[in-house]
Structures are given as C-alpha cells and as structure tokens.
Design a protein around this ligand. Sequence first.
Ligand SMILES: Cc1cc2nc3c(=O)[nH]c(=O)nc-3n(C[C@H](O)[C@H](O)[C@H](O)COP(=O)(O)O)c2cc1C
Length: 326
Amino acid sequence: MTLDFAPMEGITGRAYRETHAACFPGVDRYWLPFLTPASNHQFTPRQRRELDPGPLGYTRLVPQVLAKDPADFLWAAAALGELGYGEINLNLGCPSGTVVSKGKGAGMLRDPEALDRFLEAVFAAAPLPVSVKTRIGVEEPGEWERLLPVFARYPIRELTVHPRTRRELYGGGVRFGAFLEAAARLPFPLRYNGNLFSPDAVQRLETACPGLSGAMLGRGLLADPALITRCKGGVRQRQALIDFHEGLAERYLSSMHPDGAVLPKFKELWLYLALLLPEEKAWKRLRKCGKWAEFHPLALELLRNSELLPEPELARLHQQDVQIDI
Ligand SMILES: Cc1cc2nc3c(=O)[nH]c(=O)nc-3n(C[C@H](O)[C@H](O)[C@H](O)COP(=O)(O)O)c2cc1C
C-alpha cells in the first residue's frame, strides 16, 4: 500500500512539497493542489512554476484539475502529458461554495447522468491515464448508490474516495462503510482518504482493506510532517521539524513579503503544527503576533524546546474558530 500526501490548496505548493521531501522521507507521491484551466487554454506563469517538477520528478507528482467542460479537461490532459506527467486527476470533491455553485468539484456529483456524459467524453479521448478523487455525494450518503455504477463504467486509473458528502465538509467522522462498498464493487484500484492521523490508523486501514492500492493523508501530515515517515518505521526527529520550518521560511522569504504574505502562510501552517504541542496557550500567543519578526523567534523557540505529543491532537482543530471552506 502506497502512502501519498494529499493536495491542499494554499498550503502544499511547490515550496512546501520540496522542503517536506528533503526533510521527511517516505512519501510515495505528492499531489498538486487543483489547477483550473483558463479559457484561453494556456497555463499562467504561476501554474507553470507550480508544474515544474523540480527535484521530485514527474513520477512522484500527481497533477489535479478542476473542470466541468470535457474540452478544458482534455486540453489540460494533453498539456500535462507534453510536460512529462504520466497521469491526470479529476477533482470531484472540492466543497467550496464558489466551486460547487459553478457545478465543479463536488458540484459534479449532483447530477450522475451529467457526470456520466462528462466521463464518457473524457475517456473517449484522454491522451493520459485519468484518475479521480471524489466524495460520496453532495447532500446525503445515499447518493453513493447512484454514483458507484457511473464510476464502474470507466477505466479509471485509480479512484481516491473521501467518504464524506459535500455537506459534511471535513468535520465529524468518515463513512467507512461507503468506502468498503466501493472496495467490494469497483473493478479498479482504490485509494482511501480521510482522518488518517496516526500510524495506528493507517495500520487498521490496511488490515480492514488488504487489497487497497493506497492511502492519502492530509491534515495529519500537516500536523505531524513525519507521519508517513513514522508509518514506514522511521521516527520523528525534532531537528527535521526545525529544518523543515526554517527551510520553508527561507523559500517563502526569498519571494514574498514577510508580514504581508509569509506571516499569514505560517499562521495557517501553525494551525496544524500547534496540534503537536500539549498546550493551546502557545498557539494563542503565536496567533496574536502581527509581525514576522515577532512570530518567527517564538515559533522556533516552541519547536526547539516545547514538549511534543506522540500524536497530534486533530480533535482540537474543529474546536478552534476555523473555517475550512475548500
Ligand atoms: C486547506 C485544505 C486545502 C485542500 N485542497 C484540496 C485540493 O486542492 N484538492 C483536493 O482534492 N482536495 C483538497 N483538500 C482536501 C484534502 O486533500 C483531503 O481530502 C482532506 O483534507 C481529507 O483528508 P485528511 O482527513 O487526511 O485531512 C483540501 C483540504 C484542506 C483542509
């Protein structure tokens, strides 16, 4: 079973991925946060920079596309293939209000017949193997029953299932039964995603679904960047965390304003990293900092000297005043 780093828009961009890979071994593949094809069918300069594989190389990266028009998706597939990518992933999970209201992301699950027509057009002409990442419905889990036969009709390279509806966003438990249903009925490789926050949880998944092609980890890895390293028998080293933190700061500071851009990015990062610390007080102090020059030494001091929990307390995430609307 391979273990992949989930795509996380606004966080796991190129600087994050490359710094992470240099400090924490073991991640099989890193997924790129979704890209939306422009109507002129050209990548923007920013998209080009993100798509440059850098030291990871094309085989350890999975590009993901958000599109509802088959022509846009097929253009992206051809362009990504020309660059050197070996797979394109279709996003059917993004729950953001603006995305869903345009009928994209999880919004494409609302009408299974329209999804069927989209997939038919895509698979008839795709120049690259197509994989899919999906939720189990929009409003309620019963919708999964109508979606499964649609997926089953196509030669999907791999289907990643996040077993929640769009309405459930990322909170509460996952509907593991819906995932098992997919494992029993779909003929192609399946990847599980959702609430894998410890090596134990990954182990339990492997025991429950021995035939799985893999798992994808998101927030658990943001909170403990060594999570996959630990799943593969390694340990979390404090120095690796410090090197990661400092390496990422250096990358961001080389092209972004410290207070205007690096500080908000690091506050988002620490929303998760703080779950490794036993006390919430530390995060409250960090959150109040208005300048990078105040924030950075405090963050570094916490990484150097604070006690670190054996497992991050992800349950705290949803007690905080956080809107994850992606
Ligand atoms: C801040 C944030 C950004 C995300 N961006 C994307 C994205 O670009 N594409 C995507 O398919 N999923 C995205 N997701 C969903 C994650 O890839 C993943 O499915 C979700 O976090 C559940 O997995 P986890 O429980 O391991 O975190 C995002 C989630 C968060 C919290």
